[in-house]
Design a protein around this ligand. Structure first.
Ligand code: GLN
Length: 289
């Protein structure tokens, strides 16, 4: 079987299994087996595959058919233009979380922030994107899962950030030595019923997804602690799930009555990032739009 035929067959099998992006994913799995890039694949479509390569490909296609995410199969995912290592110890970063990074970078630049803490850092996607784009920012990355922090450590090494990001093990803001200018957090926010219905936790860690009954248990806990760990002019950015905007806004207004709260929708128009800005003057509010 040559590469063209292998590509076609893996795409067909994945499409039959209702994998949404069958065409792209079939290509990624084939390239992963052969360890080649796109250009090499398309310039060599008539090359014959060896029997062990073909066996390996069908094994991977089978895993994908059974629902395992491609990122776990290949051990890689792309986030904010970076290649990150992922495995079942961490949630796979979603493209909508890039919105949080964009907002965090814009704020940190315009308000000259010096320090940031990413809570529930997982594979380190947000913290690493911030540190690479703002080399002078002091970045802490915290997770309650020691296993997740191991993956974050690998990614920090991969991107030469071992000395730039301080990885801290613990619950929410507890391990943070002092207040910071910026807190970013993509905490678990999936509701209990949604988690059972969606099958999301079949492969990904429940700890990284489960936000309790209404999905807001973890966000509530962070908001309670944030007052002590945010500098007076600080900003906190929280990723939220569909339909949670009003509840989280109410929560933040209750805990921080004089702060500015804003919601930003993602590219699909879903309310995705909530910003809490402690100094609620007009200039700052404008900056976070
Ligand atoms: N955005 C993820 C999803 O819906 C959930 C991530 C989270 O709970 N923080 O699949």
């Amino acid at each position: 079987m040559n590469l063209r035929q292998a590509l076609q067959k893996s795409r067909e099998v994945l499409a039959k299994a209702n994998i949404e992006d069958a065409s792209l994913e079939g290509e990624i799995l084939l390239r992963h087996v052969l360890q080649i890039d796109r250009a090499q694949l398309y310039s060599d479509l008539n090359r014959e595959m060896s029997a062990p390569q073909a066996d390996r490909l069908w094994q991977l296609v089978q895993r994908r058919r059974q629902g395992e995410p491609t990122a776990y199969i290949t051990g890689h995912c792309e986030f904010y233009g970076l290649d990150l290592c992922v495995d079942r110890r961490v949630l796979i970063p979603r493209p909508e979380t890039e919105l949080m990074v964009e907002k965090a970078l814009a704020l940190a630049r315009s308000l000259h922030f010096k320090s940031a803490a990413d809570i529930g850092t997982g594979c380190g996607d947000i913290a690493i994107s911030l540190a690479l784009n703002l080399p002078r920012l002091e970045v802490y990355a915290i997770d309650i899962s020691a296993e997740a922090l191991e993956v974050a450590r690998l990614n920090c090494q991969k991107h030469g950030l071992t000395d730039c990001i301080r990885l801290l093990h613990g619950d929410m803001l507890a391990p943070l030595p002092g207040p910071v200018d910026l807190i970013t957090a993509n905490l678990p926010y999936v509701t209990g019923p949604e988690l059972s219905r969606s099958g999301l936790a079949a492969f990904e860690p429940r700890l990284a997804l489960d936000g309790g009954g209404d999905g807001l248990d973890k966000i509530r806990k962070l908001c309670l602690q944030a007052g002590d760990k945010l500098r007076p002019h600080g900003v906190m950015l929280l990723e939220i799930g569909q339909g949670q905007g009003q509840a989280v806004t109410d929560l933040l207004r209750r805990y921080f009555p004089s702060a500015a709260v804003e919601i930003t929708p993602d590219l699909q128009g879903i309310e995705r990032v909530i910003s809490l800005c402690l100094t609620a003057n007009r200039t700052t509010a404008k900056l976070i739009i």
